[in-house]
Structure formats: structure tokens, C-alpha cells
Design a protein around this ligand. Structure first.
Ligand code: F0G
Length: 455
């Protein structure tokens, strides 16, 4: 059969509140045109993030009842540990309340003024945690990854030649090398196993540890299985283990590829570093066998890790994004190609060329999607990345709008509705106007800044 159905049935539902365009216009003004400031009950299709928004399975809810809430040594921790260790065989696995907490601990130990940390593309919280210590975060993505239209099977790959130069230039001031799989900020594009191994090799050649930001490891492994020569006959679990076996540690948000609503971990092989990380953890998160989570959260993660590597799920997951991209393509809407793992990214700069990058074409599109159809998306462009450490403003590498797909949450008819809203928007796109920022905090402005539409 050609039709790839959702490989699940629905056992519990959440109602969606229908709203009118007039009502949404009002709500948008009230939220200062920042979609993060909306009440989610005023959103019909929420594609703001795929983080913590997935639907848990019956087996996960059942596992949660087994949650043991002991402060120390809970069996839930050991089940969590076993499930993680099965896929990511690190010596130390330290639970945290989410991915950014793992990043904060890691970079509090490895960051600091004068340090430089390369990655393919750092996610915004990773960058924030690095820069908060005075260190600098560098993105060394391959050129194809910076061109939304370029076709390449692994657009999340690190530029190996640039990494080598970078290591030679910054030498002792590089405390570690990172790699984000899949590359969220660059369109959810995968990194090949070959590239993961090459990055590990260079880091090790220079005597530096190599860490993976593994938030979407299962989607990345699915792409490796589909696209990398020699990987087709292998299980997702085996590919995942290969990816992590060359790393010295990882940060993880269990809100993505662990099907959990909250959680994360920091994993390390270095005993001394792990000891310091645990000391930090006790200060800021909790005792090392719960790390800011309830025992039931650890159970949900353990069960979620078994489910996420299911090939029927991954096939449906990635195919849903391809379906949306094919339909948008037919409407002449430029997207980041090929489809990424967790989201579809619209190239707002290319689609709305009459709006200059410093007038935030991505924000203009995101606001229009909400007003027209009650769809909440997220600008990933000059609003998010345009502000420089010295306070000046520059266009980001790209102005994208991300339609992030919560896991197992929306059905094909929701996606068809999204396509219809885009078709309507295509008719009026030349009337869309840019925005200016009227108020912004010092860091991570996109979450809370206020906008004003330009005349
Ligand atoms: N790394 C990547 C690649 C991420 O996508 C995220 C979160 C984090 C780290 C931080 O994890 O949220 O558990 O603290 N990304 C979400 C998103 C928020 O919408 O893309 P967290």
C-alpha cells in the first residue's frame, strides 16, 4: 500500500477550541505579536515546538504508575539508566529536568572567557549556556546546510576542513567539540555516521572530548538507515549505538526523541568530569538518581526510548513531513529541502522578498499563519539569532519559519488544514508587512520581545 497510516489508534483526546480570524487578530495584538506570549487555548494547531508536546503511549502512562519517588536509589532511576545505556553506552548517565539543564552543567565546567566551542550549529539554549560563561559558540556547518534549496542527504554535517582549521587556530582554548543531531537550527537536517566519526576523530586527534547533542537521535538514525551507503540492513538501535560509541558524552532533551513531556540527561565517560557534574547537579537540579525529575518521569523516558526506535513510527514520522513539503512545493512555497526530521521549515526570506531581513520576514509569516488559520509556528531567523554579542543587529544566516511536528499528536487532516491555510496566504502574501522590535531583553530575546507591525 502507498498510504502510510499513523501507526497508532487514539485512546484519549484533547479538544481543540475553534476561533475566528477576528478573535485571533485581537489576541495577536494582545501578545505584542510574539507567538510565545499567546495563551495556548487560543491556538488551533500548535506547531511551536516538538518539545514535550508529544502524545504518550498507553504503555508510558502505565509505566508512570510504577514511578518510585524515593529520593535516592529509586528503581525508576535504574530502569531509566538501563534504557539509556542500552542505546548510548556511556559510563555516567546523569538525569536532568531538561536538555538545557544538562547544557548548563556541562558548560559551567567547560566554558569560560577565552574558550571557543564548535558545533555544526548550536541550538539557541546551547549557545546561550556557552555564551553565559563568557565562551564563544561557533557554527561550522557545511555550505549546503546554509542553502535552503541545496539538495544533500546530510545537510547537518560539520564542515570537516573548517573544523580542522578551527582546532589548529584555537588549540588549547577549545574545551570540547559538539555536534547536534539532527541539526535543529539548520532545518532538522541529519548528520551522517561518517561525519560523526570524522568529527570524533579530529576532536580526539587534538586531545579534546567530543559531545553529541542527541535530542533527535532516532530521527537522525532513520535518515542514516535510508541514505547512508551500507546502513540499509541495520537496525535503528545498532545505528544509534554506533553514533554514540565514538562520543565522550552527550546532552539530551527527553522531550524530543524519548516521547516524554519533560526530562533530559547529561552523559559522560570522564570520571573526574562526571564527579564535578554530579556536584553541580546536586546544587541546581537534585540528587543524581532523580536530577530534578519525578520517578514517574524517569519511567516515561525509559518506556519512550523503547518506542522511539520503532521503524513503523519513524517511517510515518518522516513521511508526514515529506507529504507537507510536497504540497507546499506545489503551491510554490520555498522550504528547506529535503524534509527534516522533526519539522518543516519555510524559507520566509525567499518567499517574502519584499520584507528585508531586519524587518523579520519570518516573524511576518508566523504572525500571518496565526491570524489566518490559528496555526502557531516559530521564527528561526533574525529575531532569534540576529542580535550580536556586542549588541548590534545583523541578518541571520537564514530567515526560516519552523512548523515543528509534535510526536503522535496531529493527524493527516490537521496537516491538510495547514496546507489550505498556506494556499490562502499565497494569495495575499504581497500584502504582508515586516515588524520592528519595540522591547527586548538582553538575552534570548525571541521568547519575550515585543513587536510592532510596520506600516
Ligand atoms: N538542543 C536542541 C537541538 C534542541 O532542539 C533543544 C530544545 C535543546 C537542546 C534544549 O532542550 O528544551 O529540553 O531544554 N529545543 C526545543 C525546540 C525547545 O523547540 O526546538 P530542552
Amino acid at each position: 500500500m502507498k498510504t502510510i497510516i499513523e501507526p497508532f489508534r487514539i485512546k484519549a483526546v484533547e479538544p481543540i477550541r475553534m476561533t475566528t480570524a477576528a478573535e485571533r487578530r485581537e489576541k495577536l495584538r494582545g501578545a505584542h505579536y510574539n507567538l510565545f506570549l499567546l495563551h495556548s487555548r487560543d491556538v488551533m494547531i500548535d506547531l511551536l515546538t516538538d518539545s514535550g508536546t508529544g502524545a504518550m503511549s498507553a504503555a508510558q502512562w502505565a509505566a508512570m504508575m510504577q514511578g518510585d519517588e524515593s529520593y535516592a536509589g529509586s528503581p525508576s532511576y535504574y530502569r531509566f539508566h538501563e534504557a539509556v545505556h542500552h542505546l548510548m553506552p556511556f559510563r555516567h548517565i546523569i538525569p536532568t529536568h531538561q536538555g538545557r539543564a544538562a547544557e548548563a552543567i556541562l558548560f559551567s565546567l567547560l566554558g569560560g572567557k577565552g574558550r571557543h566551542i564548535p558545533s555544526n550549529t548550536h541550538f539557541d539554549t546551547t549557545r546561550g549556556n556557552i555564551e553565559a560563561t563568557g565562551a564563544r559558540a561557533h557554527d561550522l556547518l557545511i555550505a549546503e546546510g546554509r542553502d535552503p534549496a541545496a539538495d544533500h542527504p546530510f545537510k547537518g554535517n560539520m564542515d570537516i576542513a573548517r573544523l580542522r582549521e578551527f582546532m589548529a587556530e584555537h588549540g588549547d582554548n577549545v574545551p570540547c567539540v559538539m555536534l547536534t543531531i539532527t541539526n535543529n537550527a539548520g532545518g532538522g537536517q541529519p548528520v551522517s555516521l561518517e561525519n560523526i566519526r570524522a568529527v570524533a576523530e579530529i576532536a580526539h586527534e587534538f586531545g579534546k572530548p567530543f559531545f553529541i547533542d542527541g535530542c533527535r537521535f532516532a530521527e537522525n538514525a532513520w535518515f542514516i538507515k535510508q541514505r547512508e551507503p551500507g546502513q540499509q540492513g541495520r537496525s535503528i538501535g545498532a545505528i544509534v549505538r554506533d553514533c554514540f560509541s565514538v562520543a565522550d558524552g552527550m546532552t539530551m532533551s527527553a522531550k524530543k526523541d524519548a516521547f516524554a513531556n519533560i526530562g533530559g540527561w547529561l552523559a559522560l565517560n570522564d570520571d573526574a568530569l562526571a564527579e564535578r557534574a554530579r556536584a553541580r547537579l546536586i546544587q541546581t537540579e537534585g540528587f543524581p538518581t532523580y536530577g530534578g525529575l519525578a520517578g514517574r518521569d524517569l519511567e516515561a523516558i525509559a518506556q519512550g526510548l523503547h518506542e522511539i526506535i520503532d521503524e513503523d513510527y519513524l517511517r510515518y514520522r518522516i513521511r508526514s513531513n515529506e507529504y507537507l513539503i510536497e504540497r507546499l512545493d506545489a503551491l510554490g512555497i520555498p522550504t528547506v529541502r529535503p524534509a527534516g526530521g522533526h519539522a518543516v521549515f519555510i524559507d520566509a526570506r525567499a518567499w517574502l522578498p519584499h520584507i528585508a531581513p531586519l524587518q523579520y520576514p519570518g516573524q511576518a509569516l508566523a504572525c500571518a499563519l496565526y491570524e489566518m488559520g490559528g496555526i502557531r509556528s516559530c521564527e528561526i531567523g533574525t529575531v532569534m539569532f540576529g542580535r550580536q554579542p556586542d549588541g548590534t543587529e545583523q541578518p541571520a544566516m537564514m530567515d526560516l519559519v519552523r512548523l515543528a511536528m509534535p510526536r503522535r499528536t496531529y493527524t493527516q487532516s490537521h496537516v491538510d488544514y495547514v496546507i489550505e491555510v498556506f494556499a490562502e496566504l499565497a494569495r495575499i502574501k504581497n500584502d504582508l508587512r515586516g515588524y520592528e522590535i519595540t522591547h527586548e531583553p538582553e538575552m534570548m530575546r525571541h521568547f519575550t520581545c515585543h513587536f510592532r507591525p510596520l506600516e
